[in-house]
Ligand binder design. Structure first.
Ligand SMILES: [Zn+2]
Length: 1143
């Protein structure tokens, strides 16, 4: 009864407010008009009227949005109120929450299983990993053949020349380009031009496009001719050859799109084959993107030697790689796995490197490189051609026995090859002589030629279909890579964690900017009604900043960049690019927001030196963490603008730093005061700043909205302040804090476990360390979850290989519990908005935080770490969760944030082999609960014992690990890492633990991860009295469905006017699969659908899309489907890409 009345009053209030605000705006307009009429010639009356109507319409639509937002907010309140009352069963008044809560999840479940192909997890169970000496092919076996195998079908050899150009590794991108790459490409024009039989493939578009900018039209035409003639093939077409372990799928797609768009514009081609010979392990997320971008074949190389051997024995080195969650053939892509140790010449012609090296004519005696097997190559002459040809043919024939068809792919190249003319001549002339010899001797049954990947795969498909040979299907991933012995490449999952986190900061900034910029351009066109942009808005400059940001993020996905495996100066070069891009994107974000927020758009003025909006933090250098700038408060309201870059209505705690311990925040539009809290800013662990204070308040942010708040100084003592309790066992302690109550517990109180709770969860921590011990949900479910910190060292004996940038080679003692001579200082803070426990250890500061929020954002525990291990030698710091979840030896970690992959911890493997990449999530589960860890950065993860999950935070290693880098990783910095811990009950058809089943994150985990990876962005307006009137920008009527993620809204380049934005926007939607066994509790306000069909106009209302065309994932025009309706199919787990215009 009482609740009903409150609701009625609220609804009434909303209505009155909307009407009043509309009235007020109409009045303002009337006041403005006469002024304009003064300046307007009479002949333009009609167009003026038109403008008036447009503007009225515009204001009306904005008011509709305001009403919609309030309605959303009301619904949200109703939902949380209902949960409060415990009436979750009487859901009749919530039409948007289905009675059977998780019907939609079955869409994803239906797709599981089915295909009877090879499961890589099963292969791991099967293999003994015994590392037997295989003879000349050390990691393989003797290959035999009779000699008549090719009598019917000759061996068809396609020799593919390539040059692997790292966009940064030992040298920076620019240095490599100047010293090597430009000469390689210049010579390519010359030497391919000389003989039409010569071929070459090229992968890295970052280099190719840089070279293109440097060459004249004549050379460009020559390059185009080579491409058209099929002599030069652009393979993969990515900006870089991306890392597949640490890279997030947003960035993987970004670099692919950047490369593909460039190729479309400048060469008019689209890649059909993938080429990834150097990334340190391979992920099916990459293959999904390649397939979605229109590629049909791919080559991979760095796969565990034991897996390669097994695949070679089974003749499954060529297979159809299928997504684990897909039971159809839709995601299949033909994959060729190179069988031997490396992609260089010694390891590609056949099993014997000592022989193959003799056919790398760059290593002819007298040159700079030689054969380590001590048998040098010989130039091919009439005298030796027969002997040489037969020697090589023997290798080709042996290699061919590992494949099902008689077409053979052999690559010819290495890192930065074909720089000098002499090398081109040496390789192409000598091989041509061998090929000519084969041609003259049909009895050898070999046809050999130079070719591209397209040539090879064309021949392969022809042979396979002619012989009716089918290829096996493979599901799973190729982590963790080992190239020899127990040398597992699990170190690079964490190396240079500072930059792995900076990468994700740029990613989030880029996505937010893309979306806001696209929305701003659409609003401007709508505002004018004639498609024009606002004259003063620097659309072209901003678009170029966006493109530069895309390319910085793209470059950093290179397999020596985000991996943390480049030399120190190269790391600084990457860091500087990321840093500058963040700063530049912020400019775009600020001025887009500025225009969108202005009530009177005529007041818009762009001044880059004095932007109207500023971020509330400053990043001072490429290796610095962001620092909040204190806001100066007075009685005049300061405008604080918060952008919600997610497609969901979210309740977030917004924190800013202010210069007063008393502050008040109100919603600028409604005047409603926000629940707030003042906390200390700790200058030192036991000294609170007396000048700056943290103001935190609960904000309700509609999807993709910009919301304006007013912050003012408040009467002394009027803002609730956090209360502190400080512990340090064994030592007396003085805490300096003049504005906060600090208690020092004594006696029994000091020995009781620490505890915090909100309405969803209670946590207990050790009073000695402050570290988490136990978690309890309001439903009663209790789980032990202990947080521990550990050190790993490396091997110590002089002759032992040690950990480095790539490799993790821990000492035999394994992980050692972190201990410190001095007990940590522990600060417990309690407030109405959030409460937390901070433990200050010598090497890290660790904080557990609970937000006092009603909705799902209050369900998870935030864990943040500030790590500094610069004082250490050969040590790695790990955070471990020890729980009583009975997960056996199975756990799940994500691949590129795109999908979850089951992992099995195997005792037969060394410790370092059981570490896997984790970009965003991992979980443990048993039949009644699931414990998920969601991460804001990439790192290594393992579950070495049941119930445990460990995350590697930083590594400092003094030595090189012999993979070419030539240095250790000792450039550590103060490094932040951020997580959310989510415990959920599993019920209903609770699944058995384990099985090779495909699992997804729960809906709540998806939403938590979304909020974590895309935090709200705070901007402040100047504090002077000349403030123009700002109004919230609320583009969507309601949240997108819970399982539909707006991956991007990316403005495309104008084809007619290069460097300028077009009206076309790439709309990328990712429909996530979610887990069926846990109902989201508390219920999110978003809805989910049981159908694959979605109406885009409904979902994005009131935005409307014109000319919707479904396209490939990289939005190539040639992949556009005919203009289609707004009714679109969004399949679970899949990304859908559309070219649209926003009306
Ligand atoms: Zn490389």
């Amino acid at each position: 009864m009482k609740r009903g009345r409150v609701l009625a009053v609220l609804v009434g209030g909303v209505f009155c407010l909307a009407v009043m605000s509309l009235y007020r705006k109409l009045e303002q307009m009337q006041g403005e008009e006469p002024q304009r009429d003064w300046e307007t010639p009479a002949g333009q009356d009609l167009s003026l009227l038109q403008q008036k109507i447009d503007r009225l319409e515009y204001l009306l639509s904005n008011n509709n949005r305001l009403v919609a937002r309030l309605r959303d907010s009301l619904l949200h309140h109703k939902a949380s109120r209902k949960q409060e009352g415990g009436g979750a069963n009487s859901s009749s008044e919530h039409a948007h929450i289905p009675a059977e809560p998780l019907s939609g999840c079955q869409l994803a479940e239906e797709k599981e299983g089915g295909a009877g192909g090879v499961q890589l997890l099963d292969v791991y169970d099967l293999l003994t990993f015994d590392n037997k000496d295989g003879g000349v092919w050390k990691q393989g076996f003797d290959i035999s053949y009779r000699g008549d195998e090719w009598d019917e079908q000759p061996l068809e050899l396609v020799l593919v020349p390539h040059s692997h150009n790292d966009p940064g590794w030992l040298k920076t991108f620019d240095r490599y380009y100047e010293d090597q790459t430009r000469h390689i490409l210049d010579n390519m024009l010359l030497h391919l031009g000389q003989d039409s039989r010569r071929k070459m493939i090229w992968a890295e578009i970052s280099y190719f496009s840089k070279w293109w900018n440097d060459i004249d039209e004549q050379k460009r035409a020559a390059a185009k001719r080579l491409v058209e003639a099929g002599q030069l093939e652009l393979v993969t077409g990515g900006w870089v050859m991306a890392d597949e372990a640490n890279a997030h799928y947003y960035a993987l797609l970004d670099q692919l799109m950047e490369g593909h768009q460039w190729l479309q514009t400048h060469l008019g081609v689209e890649p059909s084959s993938g080429w990834a010979v150097d990334p340190f392990g391979h992920s099916p997320s990459m293959t999904y993107l390649l397939k979605g971008a229109g590629l049909s074949n791919m080559v991979i190389q760095r796969v565990h030697y034991a897996v390669k051997k097994h695949f070679a024995q089974q003749q499954t080195l060529e297979f159809l790689w299928r997504q684990s969650w897909d039971s159809s053939t839709r995601s299949d892509i033909l994959c060729h796995m190179m069988p031997f140790y490396s992609y260089d010449v010694p390891h590609t012609c056949g099993p014997n490197p000592a022989v193959c090296c003799q056919f790398d004519f760059h290593r002819l005696p007298g040159g700079r490189v030689f054969c380590p097997w001590r048998i040098p190559p010989q130039p091919i002459t009439e005298q030796n051609v027969k002997e040489r040809a037969l020697l090589l043919l023997d290798q080709y024939r042996q290699k061919s026995r590992l494949f099902r068809s008689s077409v053979l792919l052999v690559s010819l190249g290495d890192d930065f090859r074909f720089v000098e003319s002499s090398e081109w001549d040496a390789q192409f002339n000598n091989y041509q002589k061998l090929f000519d010899y084969f041609d003259q001797h049909p009895e050898l049954h070999i046809k050999a030629r130079f070719g591209t990947l397209a040539d090879y795969f064309q021949a392969l498909h022809r042979r396979l279909s002619a012989s009716g040979t089918s290829l096996p299907t493979v599901q799973g991933d190729f982590f963790t890579y080992a190239d020899r012995d127990d040398h597992y490449w699990s170190g690079y999952f964490t190396s240079r964690p500072f930059y792995k986190r900076l990468d994700r900061t740029l990613e989030a900034t880029l996505r937010a900017t893309e979306i806001l910029f696209s929305l701003a351009l659409a609003e401007m066109r709508r505002f004018h009604g004639d498609g024009r942009l606002v004259a003063d808005f620097p659309a072209r400059e901003h678009f170029q900043r966006l493109v530069a940001g895309r390319r910085s993020l793209a470059l950093f996905q290179h397999h020596d960049a985000v991996t943390g495996t480049a030399r120190d100066p190269v790391v600084v070069d990457y860091g500087t690019r990321l840093f500058h891009s963040i700063l530049n994107l912020r400019k775009v974000l600020q001025s887009s927001a500025h225009w969108l927020l202005l009530l009177d758009k005529s007041q818009y003025h762009h001044d880059q030196s004095k932007p109207f909006l500023q971020m509330d933090d400053v990043i001072s250098a490429q290796d610095a963490l962001p620092q909040k700038t204190p806001l100066t408060l007075s009685d005049e309201p300061r405008s604080l603008v918060v952008f919600n870059p997610t497609e969901q209505l979210r309740t977030s705690v917004i924190s800013v730093v202010v210069d007063s311990p008393d502050a008040r925040v109100v919603d600028a539009e409604t005047g409603r005061p926000m629940a707030a809290q003042i906390s200390a800013v700790w200058a030192e662990p036991s000294r609170a700043s007396s000048e700056s204070f943290q103001l935190s308040f609960v904000a309700e942010l509609p999807p993709l909205s910009l919301v304006v708040y007013h912050v003012t100084k408040a009467p002394v003592g009027s803002t609730p302040r956090a209360r502190y309790t400080v512990y340090r066992h064994g030592n007396a302690l003085t805490v300096h804090s003049e504005h906060f109550l600090v208690s020092h517990p004594q006696g029994q109180e000091a020995d009781a476990p620490l505890s915090l709770s909100n309405k969803h969860v209670q946590i207990w921590s050790s009073e000695k360390t402050g570290l988490l011990q136990k978690l309890r949900l309001h439903t009663g479910l209790v789980r032990q979850v202990q947080v521990q910190f550990l050190w790993y060292g490396t091997r110590t004996a002089a002759n032992q290989d040690k950990s480095g940038a790539y490799l993790f080679l821990p000492g035999e003692e394994g992980g050692q519990l972190y201990s410190s001579s001095e007990p940590p200082l522990i600060r417990v803070s309690r407030g109405p908005v959030y409460s937390d426990i901070t433990s200050c250890f010598r090497h890290f500061t660790h904080t557990l935080r609970l937000f006092h929020l009603d909705g799902h954002a209050g369900k998870s525990v935030q864990i943040s770490n500030m790590v500094d291990i610069r004082s250490e030698v050969n040590r790695e710091l790990v955070m471990r969760l020890v729980s009583d979840v009975a997960n056996g030896n199975r756990f799940y970690s994500d691949l590129n944030g795109f999908q979850m992959q089951q992992r099995r911890t195997l005792e037969k493997l060394p410790l370092q082999a059981n570490f896997y990449p984790m970009s965003s999530a991992a979980f443990l589960q048993d039949s009644s609960s699931r414990l998920s860890v969601l991460a804001a950065q990439s790192q290594a993860v393992a579950s070495l014992r049941p119930g445990e999950l460990e995350l590697v935070l930083d590594r400092r290693l003094q030595q090189d690990d012999n993979r070419g880098l030539g240095q250790g990783v000792t450039d550590n910095k103060l490094t932040a890492s951020l997580y959310h811990l989510l415990l959920e009950e599993r019920r209903g058809g609770a699944q058995e633990v384990g099985g090779a089943s495909v699992q997804h994150l729960s809906l709540l985990a998806h939403l938590t991860s979304l909020s974590l990876c895309h935090p709200p962005i705070n901007m402040v307006a100047p504090g002077d009295g000349q403030m123009p009137k700002l109004r919230d920008f609320v583009p969507l009527r309601s949240s997108l469905p819970c399982d539909v993620h707006l991956l991007n809204l990316r403005t495309l380049e104008d084809a007619q006017e290069p460097g300028s934005p077009s009206q076309e926007v790439g709309l990328l939607l990712h429909r996530k699969g979610f887990d069926c066994s846990s109902a989201p509790d508390p219920r999110p306000t978003c809805t989910w659908n049981v159908h694959e069909e979605v109406n885009l106009d409904d979902v994005f209302s009131p935005l409307r899309f014109r000319s919707v065309r479904r396209s490939g994932l990289t939005l190539l025009r040639r992949h556009d489907q005919p203009q289609s309706s707004r009714q679109q199919q969004l399949r679970p787990m899949e990304i859908s890409a559309f070219r649209v215009q926003i009306d």
